[in-house]
Design a binder for this molecule. Sequence first.
Ligand code: ZN
Length: 379
Amino acid sequence: MKYVMLLLCVNVGFAQPFDVLIKNSKIIDGSGNSWYYGDIGIKDGKINSIGLIDETDGVKIIDARGLMVVPGFIDVHTHIEGGDFRVPTADNFIFDGVTSVVTGNCGGSNEDIARYFYRLDSVKTSINISTLIGHNTVRRMVMGDAQRDPTHDEQKQMEALVEKAMGDGAAGLSTGLIYVPGTYSKTEEVIGLAKAAAKHGGVYASHIRSEGNHVLDAIEEAVNIGRQAKMPVEISHFKVTYKPNWGRSIQTLEAIENARAEGIDVNVDQYPYVASSTTLDTTLPTWAFSGGRDSLHYRLDNPAERARIKAAMLDELKGKKLKNYSYALVARYALDTSFNGKTISEINVLKGRKPKASFEVETILELVKSGRVQWYTLV
Ligand SMILES: [Zn+2]
C-alpha cells in the first residue's frame, strides 16, 4: 500500500515541467556574452529556463554534448523575391538555422511594401521576413531607365516613394550602384533618398559602386551617404574582386575601421565562398542599357554602336587582367538550358566561333539580347 502511494506522488506531485530539455550544450545567447555550458528547458514551445536542470525534469531529453545552441540566425542578404511565395516553408533557411531574413537587397525590391507584407501574411512563411526598399525599383518607377539626373520633381517623387515604403514597414534603403538604372545616379540623389529612409529610422544597405579597382572610392561613397543622412550603413557582400585587387582587403577593412572610429555605424556582410553571382548584363558597359531594353537592342543592331560596346567590354576584361570569359559560368539560361553549367568560353565554341575573347564578346551579346542570364564567376 505504501509503495502505491509513492508512485502516485511521482505522477501527480512531481509532473515534469519541461516538454523538451536540451542538456549539456554550449549556449551562445546572442547578446555578445561568451558561451557557457548549460541546459535549456522548453515548455509550450518557449524557452522556459536556462541553467543546470535535472534530467528528470524533461519529457524529451536532447543530449547536445559537443554542440552549440544559439538563437536563430538573421540572414541580411537573401534576394528571396519569388522564392518567398513558391516555398513559404523556407526549408533551405530553416535547416541552416536561419529564422529571419532581409530581402530587397542591391537596389531591387517590391514596389509596394504594404501589399508585399499583406501577401506574405496570406502564405504564412515559416521565417520572419523584413525588406528594404530598393533605389533601382523606385528610380525605375519614376524615371524608367533614363541615364540622367532626376529633375527636382522626380527627386521629390522618389523620396516620397521611399517615405511611403518606410511607413509601410521597410527596414531601410538599398542600392545596387553597378546596376541599371541605379548606376546612373550621382551620390547626391542617393543621399536625398537615404535621408527619407533615415527619417523613419532606416538603415542604408548598399551593393557599392565598385568591388574591384575603385572599391575604396565606393566604400567612401557608402560611408559618406551614412554620414550625410545620419544613418547606419551596411555594405553588402563585402569583398574585392579580380586578381589585381587581391590583398586589398587590408585597405578596405581599414576604411571601415576608420569610419567606425569617426562614429559612423558601418557594418559589412559577407558570403562564405569565392564565387559571386549576378546577371550577364553586367559585362556590358552600363550606358548600353540607357533608355531601356529597346534602346539596348537598337544599339546592338547598329554596327558602330555594337563596335563601341564590344571595345568597352574587351577593355574591361583587360583591366581585370583576364584573357577570356572562361571565368564566367552560366547558371541559368531559360531559352537553352543545355548552356546551364557551361562557361562563356565553352558556349562560344559550341556556337562554332573561334576561342578568342573578341568572339566570346559576340556570344555574350547574343545571350544578353535574347534575355537575362544568371551567371557566376569562378575567379
Ligand atoms: Zn549585390
